[in-house]
Design a binder for this molecule. Structure first.
Ligand code: NAD
Ligand code: MN
Length: 819
């Protein structure tokens, strides 16, 4: 036998990692308890569920199932711990987090083995990817704990955080959740996924080992229906952070609506993997392997849709099949195995069902000739060609090792096909033409874009979705804001928030012009009523219409509504907007989407111009405020002047809220770009009829969004007076659209609208709840005030980065370099 022959026939021998240390650790700890207050506690119901090894289908051990009594105990422990932990200096928290990172490294092999045993993923991945990234995450966020006091001066921790994670990266998802939460001074109750609790329990042991104060981290294993739901509904939890499927994400959005709980959702995806004809095909093939066969394809950002330029499609598919034939499937603890087991029999069945459906839908299925192990839950790498874009397998997240491929001809077609999904988590772009790749990246609706690479993650760079892939980011500095709130927000718990909101909500029925909530807000802000009232206004009839697509349009309803001053005198009329007006306004806002790709310099110029045109009419606008609110003239002038200053602030920010370049540990860089969200709906508060409108509209347009605005219901005339200001300021048609009328009826239409990407609502608590509830339909991002007034005059509350962050979503573009 010569050397060539040896190389041709040589099979890998098995290179097993020993399971023994993992199994011994399990034996030592049976029966597993719940981790509450740094102690192992028996579950209240005394019940346990089995935990299986998916590579054998056999039971590994049993873990405790918690119920709502355990959730109560864990939340109470976290609340007590928060009293201290929330005030613990950043440097002290950094020391604990540093210790966590060190201990992860010390126990890295045990954690890797446990993860492979419990989840079925190859040891090569747990050892070289999952666990090192976990350690890196704690190191990175130890740094933010250290820097919080100097870098997030205006922020405080949120409080007790409920965290719910999936089974695909059990320890890594735990790290993504716990590290930023602790760094910012929160305490945590975490629920691992039902199938994969073991590394979370080992992590709990580490918390005990390093002497983390009791109650800071609590871990409850068990079933979603018992632990998950109880945690989501618990009144003393201040925030829910969830990673999992879009369906469950939607139900959590609905369950928390109006509660005042902060929420971040990392959901599913159907991410495109785009190959242009000038790409290096051998690299592409390795890229595809990492995109869809990494972790058996059970990856939320898996490149599950291969989009290939038509002229190279056959060549690439041929190369892929050859590569697939050489993939090795089998025992996850074998170091030479590429593909391990599917996490559970249920997940395996679901993959089988969808693959069968793909075949029935007429796509061509291809699998390698070799057979999977018969014991355990295995599924071979699978490639579909001849897939048409509207079919189930092209649209639904399969969450398995199944790739569907489609072709395109031009870059524009590639972008269209790529964005033809309700999701928006990630995308990869393959081309040796950097101009083409960097031109395409910003056009993709996805939170991460990988150029000539795929599935790269690092603590320094944020991760998260657009559209139905959820909202909020994990990783990077942006990940911190999910775990803090402004210092001026003094309310301690959502319970309290709800109580106060209830006390101040109007009870005189909907459709009423008088809004008690708005009035009480005024009293809070210490405005007098009628003193200084300027009564003598010229009585010119001005009946504002809607402002849609740059034109003043009559309301579709043909009705007007009367506007009164605080004494009950009618001072004007505005159009009664309806569903049709909103539809037209949303359409106009969509048509103006070019605003987002224009230069930031141009946007700044237009904001300055609006300010200039407003200032030339200062007296008229001040009188209008007096007329509507009865506030003293001097106060009203101040409101106009602050509005002008605010426009200047956002003109300034327009070309300065720029994003950063991350340097993860690789050769290359990550561009973190804040992008416009798209079409935003804004419901303005009743307090400060002009300033409220300007404070919300200006940051949103500065960042490139186009708007549908519902002005103050009670005092809309300041906003409608702005039509002329906007018309004379070179603002392109459709960037700002204004629909007057019943606040809550119009807001409901906007919140339900599928083509609205984000919604802000500043009004009564009840309305906030409706907006959050309805937003779940297309997972639009929301920002509401839960019925609490802001002091809009105060720049800390009324302007700044909070507004800019709510106006943008960050896209991370990964650009490796070097040959
Ligand atoms: P899942 O939504 O079924 O479960 C996720 C977690 O939520 C589990 O811990 C589960 O017990 C819990 N849960 C389920 N129903 C609940 C409820 N009603 N209330 C509270 N908690 C509940 O998802 P899964 O099958 O475990 O994970 C796969 C999904 O997760 C995929 O859709 C995948 O795309 C997504 N995922 C997303 C990301 C991301 O960062 N975007 C990362 C990993 C996985
Ligand atoms: Mn398991």
């Amino acid at each position: 036998m010569n050397v060539t022959e040896i190389f041709e026939t040589m099979e890998y021998g098995p290179a097993p990692e020993a399971a023994a240390p993992g199994l011994a650790w399990i034996k030592e700890h049976e029966p597993f308890g719940l981790f509450i207050n740094n102690q192992w506690v028996k579950p209240a119901n005394g019940q346990y569920i089995e935990s299986i090894n998916p590579a054998t289908g056999k039971q590994l051990t049993k873990v405790a199932t918690s119920n709502s009594a355990d959730v109560d105990a864990a939340v109470a422990a976290a609340r007590t711990a928060f009293e201290t932990w929330g005030k613990t200096p950043g440097h002290v928290r950094a020391r604990y987090m540093y210790a966590i990172a060190r201990h992860i490294q010390k126990h890295s092999r045990l954690l890797a083995v446990l993860e492979s045993l419990d989840n079925g993923k190859p040891i090569r991945e747990t050892r070289d990817i999952d666990i090192p990234l976990v350690a890196r995450h704690f190191y990175y966020y130890a740094g933010w704990a250290q820097l919080m006091e100097s870098q997030l001066t205006n922020y405080q921790p949120v409080g007790v955080v409920g965290q719910i994670i999936p089974w695909n990266f059990p320890l890594l998802m735990l790290a993504w959740k716990i590290a930023p939460a602790l760094a910012m001074g929160n305490t945590v109750v975490l629920k691992p996924a039902r199938y994969t609790s073991l590394t979370a329990l080992k992590f709990a042991e580490i918390m005990h080992e390093i002497g983390l104060p009791p109650g800071v981290v609590n871990i409850l294993t068990g079933e979603a229906s018992q632990v998950g739901e109880a945690l989501v509904r618990h009144p003393d939890v201040n925030k829910i952070a969830f990673t999992g499927s879009t369906d469950v994400g939607r139900s959590i959005r609905r369950a928390t609506a109006g509660s005042g709980k902060k929420l971040s959702l990392e959901l599913g995806g159907k991410s495109p993997f785009i190959v242009f004809d000038d790409a290096d095909l051998d690299s592409v093939v390795e890229g595809v392997v990492d995109a869809i066969w990494f972790n058996q394809g059970q990856v939320c950002c898996a490149g599950s849709r291969l989009l290939v330029q038509e002229n190279i499609a056959n060549r690439l598919i041929e190369k892929l099949r050859v590569r697939m034939e050489h993939l090795r499937i089998g025992d996850p603890l074998d170091k030479a195995v590429d593909i391990g087991a599917i996490v559970s029999p249920g997940q395996l069945k679901e993959i089988q069902r969808l693959v069968k459906q793909g075949v029935e839908e007429g796509a061509v299925m291809w699998q390698p000739s070799w057979a999977c192990p018969t014991e355990g839950y295995f599924f071979p790498p699978t490639l579909f060609t001849n897939v048409s874009p509207a079919t189930t397998i092209a649209q639904i997240e399969i969450f398995g090792p199944v790739l569907v491929s489609m072709t395109f001809r031009t870059p524009a077609e590639a972008v269209e096909l790529a964005n033809n999904t309700r999701y928006g988590l990630a995308a990869s772009v393959w081309s040796d033409n950097i101009n083409l790749a960097l031109d395409v990246a910003p056009k993709l609706k996805a939170g991460s874009v990988w150029i000539n690479c795929t599935n790269l993650f690092d603590a320094s760079s944020g991760f998260g979705g657009y559209r139905e892939s959820g909202f909020g980011r994990e990783g990077g500095k942006e990940g911190l804001y999910e775990y803090v709130r402004p210092k001026w927000e003094t309310l301690e718990t959502p319970l309290e928030a709800l109580h106060i909101a209830k006390g101040s909500t109007s009870s005189n029925g909907s459709g009423s012009i008088q809004d008690e909530d708005g009035e009480s807000a005024f009293q809070d802000l210490a405005f007098g009523s009628a003193n200084g009232y300027v009564a003598a206004l010229p009585t010119i009839d001005r009946t504002p219409k809607m402002f849609i697509g740059g034109k003043q349009a009559r309301p579709d309803s043909g009705y007007s509504r009367d506007i009164y001053d605080p004494q009950g005198h009618m001072i004007g009329q505005v159009g009664e907007g309806n569903r049709k007006d909103i539809r037209n306004a949303v359409e106009a806002a969509h048509a103006a989407s070019g605003w987002a790709v224009g230069t930031t310099h141009n946007r700044a110029q237009i904001l300055y111009y609006i300010a200039e045109n407003l200032s030339s009419r200062e007296d008229e606008f001040a009188r209008r405020i007096v007329q509507q609110t009865g506030r003293p003239y001097a106060d009203a002038v101040a409101e106009v002047q602050v509005s002008i200053s605010r426009l200047f602030s956002y003109a300034a920010w327009a070309d300065k809220f720029e994003g950063v370049v991350h340097r993860p540990p690789m050769r290359g860089a990550v561009l973190a770009l804040p992008e416009a969200i798209g079409v935003m709906a804004i419901t303005c508060p009743d307090e400060y009829p002009l300033l409220g409108f300007i404070s919300l509209a200006a940051p949103a347009i500065a960042m490139g969004n186009t708007l549908v605005v519902v002005p103050s219901q009670q005092s809309p005339l300041s906003a409608t007076d702005c039509y002329q200001v906007l018309e004379t300021s070179d603002l392109p048609n459709g960037v700002v659209n204004i629909v007057t009328g019943d606040r809550d009826a119009l807001s409901q239409v906007l919140a339900d609208h599928d083509d609205v990407d984000a919604m802000w609502y500043f009004g009564p608590a009840e309305g906030c709840k409706h907006v959050e509830l309805a937003s779940a339909s297309n997972m639009k991002r929301t920002w509401v005030n839960y019925g609490h007034p802001r002091n809009w005059l105060d720049p800390v509350q009324g302007e700044g980065e909070e507004f800019l962050r709510e106006s943008t979503q960050i896209k991370n573009i990964w650009i490796p370099y070097g040959e």
